[in-house]
Every structure is written in structure tokens, then in C-alpha cells.
Design a protein. Sequence first.
Length: 328
Amino acid sequence: MPTSFPPPTGDAEAEDTLSTLGEFGLIARLNAGRAQPAGTLLGPGDDAAVVAAPDERVVACTDVLVEGVHFRLDWSAPDQVGRKAAAANLADIAAMGAVPTALLVGLACSRDTPVDTLTALVDGLWTEAGVVGVGVVGGDVASSPTLVLSVTALGTLEGRAPVTRAGARPGDVLAICGRVGWSAAGLAVLARGFRSPVAVVGAHRVPDPPYAAGPQAAKAGATSMIDISDGLIADLGHVARASGVLLDVRSRAFDVPARLVDVGAALGVDPLRWVLTGGEDHALAATFPGPLPEGWTEIGTVRAGDPAVLVDGRPYEGPQNGWDHFTR
């Protein structure tokens, strides 16, 4: 049966920040009235949650979002930050060919953080979790001068083998599912002090990963797969090195949307740069030995050779090759 955390007691309207609500009051507030799906056998309120694992294997991943590094609350609403944090993890589960089963959240913030901010942030987590039919089953809170959100996602392979980065073979087709370049374009717009076009800025605030495409690709025989979080070329580089192959991307395979073309013209940026190097769209890239599943687009080939990613047969010479936290 679905479970839910009981509503908090006391006058919620009078509690504005954590200094008045307190740690356990916050936990009660954030969990109040949340209905867990059937796969959550024991939800928040005990030392640990219990989640069904019918496959007898658990796929797990974690991402950490830090205010000022991964998000800005003057650029994104708290619920959008929550959705983005959930999406980053759920897309990693999908990239293994798995189906999500639960989320866990670690939250650190200062004592003067408005409770409404944290409530909205967790609302966003639950909204994105609901897209794939899972719940937020537990977590932890701590004091910190900086708002930090750490999300762990769990998933099931449903009896299939995991699709890793290490299986691409010469002769495979390289393909993607989902949009790329939109989040990077939105970030560029926000960095210039603008808030429109709304569609582009919205893509940066809340990504739209093709969650179902991961299991779909696994069922279709994908030999390798990865979530595009740091940029297409950068992330394909992980596949190339893990598989010991050369990936050749065809730039003409991308039908750059008119919206990105318009934004690129306004900012003086070639939109193909965003497509090839922009991160945080959380599209999926995979290699296939045969016909592609519906919704996937061929963008290149897998060849024998020293591990590398080429664009139109040559190394990409653009101004950036994806995001790295420690080399900037």
C-alpha cells in the first residue's frame, strides 16, 4: 500500500525560516501529505527506507547541486532547481537501460533559509519524480552557509544486462534521443541578463530527458549508452575511451532548431557549438549494431582506432569541449 508521512503539528504560517521551524519541523513539513508509490515498502520516518528490488540488483547514482555553481535562485525558481536535480539523476538511471524506482535527497542550507524556498524545492523533486512514477523515500538535512542539494536515484534493470559505456564496437551506429544545445543556449541568454526566449531559458531551468528511451534502447540491443550532461563531445569521449573505439560525429546530422539559430545570431554564437558542447540537456547517446528504435536519430559511426571523438572526420576545434569542475 502507498505510504505517506503525517502532517506536521503547530502553526505552519508563523514559521518563516529554519531558525524558527528547526530540523525536525522541516523534515515533517517537507514530507507532509506525500503519497509514496507501491514500490516504496517503507518511506520516510525510520532509519532507512525500504524499496522493492524485484530484479535483485539495484542501479544507483548521485549528483550534487551547489548554489552558485549549478544553479542561481535569481535565475531559477526553487521548484525548477528541484526538478533539475531530480532529472539529472533519473537520466543517469535511464542511461544504464534501467527504470527508476526511488529518489533520496540530502539538503544543506543556512538557518535563515526561507522554509517556503525549501518546500518549493522539494515540490520540484516530487514533480519530476512523478514523471517516472517514483517517490522521494528519504534523506537528510544539515546546516551549511551554501544551499546544497544532493540527490540519489535508484533503479531496476528489469532482468536486462546494464548498458554501459564500454560496449561500443566498430561498425555500430551512433545515435541520440532528446534535445541538445538548448540548455547551453538558455544559460548564455541568462548570462547576458535576459529572460527570453522563454523556451530556451526554460530548457536550462528544467531539462526534458527522454527517460523511456533508455530502457527502449536496451531492449533494442544498444551496445553502449550515456547521459549527455557535460556536453555531447565530452560525454562521447567517455564512451570512446571506455570502449576503445573512435566515434565520428556528422555535424549535418543535426537539424539545429530555428530558435537556437535565432538566439545564436543575436548573441554572435554559432548554435552548432551549443549542440556539440553544451551540457545539462540530459539527452541520451547510444550505439546500436542494427536498426534504431523509434525516436532515435543517427548522428555518426563507430570506427576502429585510438579512442577519440571526431566531428566530420576531424578533431573539434571549438572554444570548449564540455564542462569539467576542476579545470576552469
